[in-house]
Design a protein around this ligand. Structure first.
Ligand SMILES: [Zn+2]
Length: 481
């Protein structure tokens, strides 16, 4: 249908082609109204999803990933070694309970998978290509007392991945599972309208543009975020905010305790400037860097990154800020299945972070030393783990829950991923590699990439077939010396 439309338009109304019948897909739209109950630590939500069938197949059902159930009893939310950092007051659990689900106004049965990670919604009427349907979800998120993406700590409440999000459809729905390692997420760029209701004393950091009103004891925050692949917010009564500008992008820094706040804001501003120069425009008006109770180093969301308030030192904090901001380009604007191909965003993000410190040398991270240390660390990992287990799987394109240990995940994804891009830099030259990154960004902005798509895009720009080169890294056969 789209092709016919284009041909006719080309002949008859050329000037209108770009506006009316371009390549732009209609995006899924999420409209969420959420009420935070401070005493109970619950978030009661109504979520209306206008789902657009952008595939070529007729659909009989839709699937949603319910990450909030990853905090339920019996599910491991963090690697065991993180238990002390994750649980400020002993182990605690949370989940998401559905009150009702409607499809096109008709109530349907709530059907959750065994792990409660996937909600399946049967459609009464077949959804044909380019058609849309409204799914209405009523649910309550019960927060765990955990310093995690979703949960409350001693200072702040984090609301990452709090709502059921449509699984990406690639001839079937991609149903990610929970994983204590990595970011088990994959979603399409969508448009969001989210209303958050909470006590007036909360300072609220969010994805998107926001407008706040206060009435009595209540604060209402209305957010609009277009062309983003997720929505996140963080609440704290103790947040202070400082801000700066990276060109026309407003950069905010939320923190409750930081004697180097201005330095961290400056790092964030410089990161946006550097990555816009190297990769392409940051296509949103604002970015919030939020220092919060979080057990890992940091976490990326569109327009908002979480930085742990529990990092080892100031250098680490600057490093994490740069890393999470690089994710705005690699994960946020250019998406990929983080469950299946985590190296695609993590490897590129680590490499981008190293490029930042190559330019801004006053932070004390020497680029060559970073790469040498990464090489040595990877070689040690191979030596030690091969010794312990007899053999070692060094492949990179694996599901998160197929990595046997956390070091295996970190080394095969972050370290080896970064070294792959460093190897390309040495082979192609830095100028050509930056060109590859710019073109890759253009090719996949607001879309989903993959290991294969990245290889194809780089090969096209470099004018060399890089397939076997990159594959030798991803399938684990390359020997790192
Ligand atoms: Zn990362």
């Amino acid at each position: 249908m789209k092709k016919i439309c284009l041909v006719l338009a080309l002949v008859l109304f050329l000037p209108f082609v770009l506006i009316g019948c371009g390549d732009e897909e209609k995006l899924n739209a999420y409209n969420i109204v959420a009420f935070f109950n401070e005493e109970e630590k619950t978030l009661k939500c109504n979520e209306k999803v206008t789902y657009v069938n952008n595939s070529e197949n007729a659909l009989q059902e839709l699937c949603f990933f319910v990450y909030a159930n990853g905090f339920d009893e019996g599910v491991k939310a963090v690697p065991t070694s993180y238990n002390n950092r994750a649980y400020p007051n002993g182990e605690s659990y949370g989940n998401l309970t559905f009150e009702s689900v409607f499809v096109a106004g008709q109530e349907v049965e709530v059907m959750l998978s065994e792990n409660k990670n996937i909600l399946k919604v049967d459609l009464a009427n077949t959804l044909y290509p380019n058609e849309e349907v409204v799914v209405d979800l009523n649910f309550t998120v019960n927060l765990a007392n955990i310093n995690h993406r979703l949960g409350y700590g001693n200072k702040a409440c984090n609301f990452g991945n709090f709502f059921p999000i449509a699984c990406v459809y690639e001839n079937e729905f991609i149903k990610n599972d929970f994983s204590p390692n990595g970011d088990p997420f994959y979603s399409d760029v969508s448009n969001f309208k989210v209303e958050i209701n909470c006590n007036k004393d909360y300072v609220v950091a969010t994805t998107g543009d926001k407008k706040e009103t206060i009435s009595g004891e209540n604060k209402k925050v209305k957010c609009t975020a277009n062309k983003v692949r997720d929505f996140c917010f963080v609440l704290s009564k103790d947040f202070q905010i400082i801000s700066g500008k990276a060109g026309d992008v407003d950069v905010f820094y939320y923190y409750y305790d930081d004697e180097n706040a201005q330095e961290h804001l400056d790092t964030a501003v410089k990161s946006v400037i550097k990555f816009e120069k190297d990769f392409g425009d940051y296509p949103y008006k604002q970015l919030s860097v939020v220092k919060t109770n979080f057990c890992f180093g940091g976490m990326e969301y569109p327009n908002l990154v979480m930085i742990s308030d529990d990092l080892a030192d100031n250098d680490t904090e600057n490093y994490v800020i740069v890393h999470e901001i690089a994710h705005q380009w690699w994960y946020g604007i250019v998406g990929n299945n983080e469950f299946q191909n985590a190296w695609v965003d993590e490897g590129l993000t680590e490499f981008s972070t190293a490029l930042f410190f190559k330019e801004y040398t006053d932070y004390g991270f020497d680029y060559d030393i970073v790469m040498n240390n990464a090489t040595e660390s990877y070689k040690n990992f191979v030596r030690i783990y091969s010794g312990v287990y007899g053999s070692l799987d060094e492949s990179m394109n694996r599901n998160l829950n197929e990595f046997a240990t956390e070091p295996e995940y970190v080394n095969c994804t972050y370290t080896k991923g970064m070294l792959l891009f460093e190897s390309l830099r040495q082979t192609l030259g830095e100028k050509k590699l930056i060109k590859c990154l710019k073109e890759y960004y253009k090719d996949y902005a607001f879309k989903n990439s993959s290991s294969e798509k990245l290889t194809e895009s780089f090969s096209k720009t470099a004018r060399i077939n890089l397939e076997s080169y990159i594959e030798s890294w991803t399938n684990g056969t390359v020997v790192i010396r």
